[in-house]
Design a protein around this ligand. Structure first.
Ligand code: PEP
Ligand code: CO
Length: 448
């Protein structure tokens, strides 16, 4: 199959899991038809730059910070929400770069993370079966049949909201907000009383001092390197009709790029070797992520990698492992060893969220900060023992002070989660827990 010709619709001949059942075929065709006419969201040249940077992470010269909401919510496509997320992204990246002494590649689960795989197609509400919520690009979370019926017009709405989000993110990161001398402006009052807040103030002071010193000795501090950052976009490539519609041929190289985001990843539930997702993604040149959970088969993973990256190009593929704090010790060593033995060049990224979900005694889906930290520590230790490179982290977090994950220095407990539990999907670290985690990560990157 792998040598068969590829085109952007060849996936349609393969079984595609996790696709919504659009009740109105005509409205679906209209939506994807319109999307195919609309401008790309990102440019192939940017995608190539990201891939080159990811190749540095394969070698351990850069570190990937891949973070954002589990699922973006249409109603939170607001200036305030995007700004708060960006603040935490900038704070974390400066902590990692300074403490870890590495270039940090910033990728957001942002500007298109609107579709979710679900373990069940439907759920029972008051004795009635209704479709599961699959993300705002498909249906709406309220538990009624009307809200849960897939509506293809949402595909277009997702595109326009992704464009608006990306526009503001580009403005913030290019227009001066991300300048390093504003490192204090990203700080938040609520952090001040926490140990991580005090550490951050120290760090901000040191950076300000360094910039003053550079100015004093006549080094230019107006360089774009100090005043601008790049945040790349990514989402799970789940809805193949949407991805196909935004796939375009680059006029410079004639290669095909999925211009809905810079990076796309394949979920743990849709990575079948002969499935439609692998078929579609093998043909686009974007950097790809592949989620790998406990239910994998080593030979199968090797075959998938061959299909997605037959030339073993560094930067093309990131393996995002999500085993859980304990199971990581059982599954990661053999996976790392196999890749090393077979000479596969991949970025190793740790998703310490999806293997650590549990139900609190009060019914909230949650994750504990210490489990998240333990999985990351084990990930670093295993890669160092196996001679492979811990290249990044993949986290679900938000810039707002939600109460969705337990633990952290405020010691949130199960009974506190109801205070500000906002997510429609998976529980996210809040801004404080995220900054705290970044300091721990910086130490793991640069152990003294
Ligand atoms: C996710 O990243 O939100 C997700 C669904 O992950 P996975 O495919 O690893 O379960
Ligand atoms: Co999730």
């Amino acid at each position: 199959m792998s040598t068969a010709p590829w085109d952007k619709s060849s996936w349609q001949k393969f079984p595609a899991l996790q696709q919504p059942r659009w009740p109105d075929a005509e409205s679906y065709q209209q939506a994807v038809g319109s999307l195919a006419e609309l401008p790309p969201l990102v440019f192939a040249g940017e995608i190539r730059t990201l891939k080159e940077q990811l190749a540095e992470a394969v070698e351990g010269r850069a570190f990937v910070q891949h973070v954002g909401d589990c699922a973006e919510d249409f109603s939170r496509c607001t200036g305030a929400h995007i700004r708060e997320l960006l603040k935490v992204v900038l704070q974390m990246s400066v902590i990692l770069a300074y403490g870890g002494e590495k270039r940090v590649i910033k990728i957001g689960r942002i500007a298109g993370q609107y579709a979710k795989p679900r373990s069940s197609d439907s759920e029972l509400v008051d004795g009635r079966e209704i479709p599961s919520y699959r993300g705002d690009m498909i249906n709406s979370p309220e538990p009624t049949l009307a809200a849960r019926t897939p509506d293809a017009r949402r595909l277009l709405e997702g595109y326009f909201r992704a464009a608006a989000t990306l526009n503001l993110a580009r403005a913030f990161t290019r227009g001066g907000y991300a300048a390093l001398d504003r490192v204090e402006a990203w700080h938040r009052q609520s952090l001040a009383t926490l140990p991580a807040g005090q550490k951050y103030e120290q760090l901000a002071k040191q950076i300000r001092k360094t910039i003053k010193f550079m100015t004093a000795i006549g080094l230019a501090t107006d360089s774009p390197l100090l005043n601008q950052v790049t945040m790349y976009t990514s989402h799970e490539a789940l809805l193949l009709g949407y991805e196909e519609a935004l796939t375009r041929q680059d006029s410079i190289t004639s290669d095909w790029y999925d211009c809905s985001a810079h990076m796309l990843w394949i979920g743990d539930r849709t990575r079948q070797l002969d499935g439609a997702h692998i078929e579609f993604l093998r043909g686009v040149r974007n950097p790809l992520g592949l989620k790998v959970g406990p239910k994998h088969d080593l030979d199968d993973i090797l075959r998938i990698i061959d299909r997605l990256n037959p030339e073993n190009e560094p930067g093309r593929l990131t393996l995002i492992t999500r085993f859980g704090a304990e199971k990581v010790n059982q599954f990661l060593p053999s996976l790392a060893r196999a890749m090393r033995r077979e000479g596969r060049k991949v970025v190793w990224s740790c998703d310490p969220m999806h293997g650590n979900t549990y139900q609190s005694e009060f019914g909230h889906k949650t994750r504990n900060f210490d489990d998240i930290l333990t999985e990351i520590r084990n990930f670093f230790a295993i890669h160092r023992a196996e001679g492979t490179v811990p290249g990044g982290v993949h986290l679900e977090l938000t810039g707002e002070n939600v109460t969705e994950c337990t633990g952290g220095s405020r010691q949130l407990l199960d009974q506190h989660l109801q205070q500000n539990y906002q997510t429609n999907c998976d529980p996210r670290l809040n801004a404080e827990q995220s900054v705290e985690l970044a300091f721990e990560l910086a130490e793991m990157l640069n152990p003294r």
